[in-house]
Design a protein around this ligand. Structure first.
Ligand SMILES: Nc1ncnc2c1ncn2[C@@H]1O[C@H](COP(=O)(O)OP(=O)(O)OP(=O)(O)O)[C@@H](O)[C@H]1O
Length: 393
């Protein structure tokens, strides 16, 4: 029944000189996220986008649009000429879809006369349309202008009029890519996919970097990370996964470093490799799923000595969140079920009995004395495998 989906974007409209670039990018991202549907022309007019419905596909269209970062809300709408009779007809059609024939609901009409040359003023049009609706559906509806259950929106624009009832929330944020590129250290756990998603929501074009220790970690553990990338691609169109062969480095650390320093030294290597590779990929920041005091390697002392090996900024979107908040988010973005599959990660394989919770820089430097850090980092970076994953519709 609907002709068009009305797309509202919030923050982008505030971006001054960059506005056109942001809107253009948003349109590109929308096209990518609905590329499995029939092609259509997206219109951009005065702070709104209009995406036409083709062959009644408004549900699939909404599903695709809902996941595009930068969109604040969506309304499936009827588009009609600027003619009072046609507007009334459209209002009745839209209302008919949302009334409940077993219960009286409250409603109001909210007109926005964006084009002031339209001869009927907003309040007057509210009253005319409200009257028409009550005449047809008076048994199921009554007016409540303060707290209505149903709000019928009417937008009068220069070319045409849009009538809608539903308002579906988007994620907000910024269109993917407008803020630059970042590299997310993606394990198979619960946290890093959420960190990836949150960074992407702020417009960062995020690529994933995974450390894999085959054969200590299985192919299934790698598959799990690939599946997470596919889930994230639902929001990002496609996700690049860079896999670092980490076995050799872990063996060396295990052989040459004190047991209680294994995790700290391993993380220092991860950061060094990530920074070196970020330079190659022209990524400006690293992103991790770290969180204060969740595990031994996430004490402030650990974070300090781990961070010390890099200059690149490290974004930690989850840093102050409680575990339950992270889990809720993981469920909401549909990565949780994959994350809890019980396949080992390279960190879990090498967990020492008593990891140091307060390592010092002096201890780190001492532990690394017998390692050829530069050679190990360079070799790992040289052998990174690149794959790309898209959401399978
Ligand atoms: N194998 C790995 N590959 C890539 N990044 C990793 C890997 N293991 C850990 N990381 C990065 O280091 C961060 C901290 O890992 P750690 O295991 O201490 O915490 P975590 O809370 O279990 O994180 P997650 O749930 O993301 O695995 C992760 O969020 C991730 O960004």
């Amino acid at each position: 029944m609907y002709d068009v989906i009305l797309v509202r974007y919030g923050e982008i409209s505030l971006k001054g000189k960059n506005r056109n670039f942001f809107v253009h990018t948003l349109i590109q991202r929308i096209k990518e996220n609905i590329s499995h549907l029939a092609p259509r022309k997206i219109e951009s007019r005065f702070g709104r986008l209009y995406v036409p419905v083709v062959d009644n596909d408004h549900q699939e269209l909404l599903e695709g649009l809902r996941k595009v970062f930068g969109i604040v809300s969506l309304s499936p709408a009827l588009r009609v000429e600027r003619d009072e009779g046609k507007i009334k007809e459209a209002c009745l059609k839209v209302i008919d879809k949302v009334i409940d024939k077993d219960k009286v609901k409250t409603f109001k009409v909210e007109t926005r006369r964006v084009d002031k040359t339209f001869p009927i003023k907003s309040m007057e049009l509210d009253q005319i349309l409200g009257g028409t609706i009550l005449k047809a559906y008076g048994n199921f509806l009554k007016v409540d202008i303060h707290n209505p259950e149903i709000e019928l929106g009417v937008e009068v624009r220069k070319e045409d009029v849009f009538v809608y009832c539903e308002r579906i929330e988007g994620f907000g944020g910024l269109p993917l890519g407008v803020t630059g590129k970042g590299l997310c250290l993606l394990s198979g756990g619960i946290d890093s996919p959420v960190a990836f998603w949150l960074a992407a929501k702020r417009g960062i074009m995020v690529e994933a970097l995974h450390f894999h220790s085959y054969p200590f970690t299985s192919q299934r553990a790698k598959q799990k990370v690939e599946d997470l990338c596919k889930k994230l691609a639902k929001y990002c169109g496609k996700v690049k996964l860079h896999t670092v062969p980490f076995t050799q480095i872990q063996k060396e650390i295990k052989m040459k470093c004190p047991d209680d320093m294994l995790i700290t030294i391993m993380r220092r290597f991860m950061f060094r490799i990530a920074e070196r590779y970020a330079q190659k990929r022209k990524a400006l920041v690293l992103i991790t799923g770290e969180n204060v005091a969740q595990v031994a390697s996430q004490t402030l002392e650990s974070m300090y000595v781990i961070n010390e090996v890099v200059k690149i900024p490290v974004i930690r979107p989850l840093i102050t969140m409680d575990k339950w908040e992270i889990i809720e988010k993981a469920k909401a973005i549909d990565t949780f079920e994959t994350s809890i599959l019980p396949y080992e990660d390279c960190c879990t394989v090498f967990v020492p009995k008593n990891p140091k919770t307060k390592p010092t820089l002096k201890q780190c430097l001492k532990a690394e004395e017998n390692l050829d850090v530069e050679k190990l980092v360079e070799e790992a970076v040289e052998n990174i495998l690149v794959e790309e994953f898209t959401w399978e519709f």
